[in-house]
Write a protein of this length. Sequence first.
Length: 168
Amino acid sequence: MNLSNTKILLLAAILLSSVAMNAQKFGYLNSSQLLSELPEVASADLQLENFQKDLIASGEKMVKDLDAKIQTYSKQAQEGTLSQVQMQQKEAELSKEQQKIQAYELEVQEKIMKKREQVLQPIMDKVKAAIEAVGKENGYTMIFDSNAGTILHASESEDVMSLVKAKL
């Protein structure tokens, strides 16, 4: 090997090591799998389920009370014990109660969404902090969520699930 070839090989080795030092490191994890394995999420789900059951029970009581009033009204209307004015008043009252139930259904949905956010936000913040710590400590340029479908090719990256779980 002559001196020129040696210089070329040495220069190539320097360039390759420089490229390797500057190479970006990518990682991925499956956020759904991670969350499903956290005990805090199971506890939060149970808390949300109980909250939802309580709200639904109240709504079911409202519906049951309305049904009883409708039955009473129907019976009175069939027996002819109500005047036309009384029938109109009862129908208006029943209509108002039905509107209250519909408003309550919307309120329940809003309350559940707010409760979900309140219960899950601290967990999500903890997970985000753990992912950021793993990224910084292990020199990852980016960590992708494979659950979100953002990875098209993952052979060059590493699954950081075990590292994030260890942080949690």
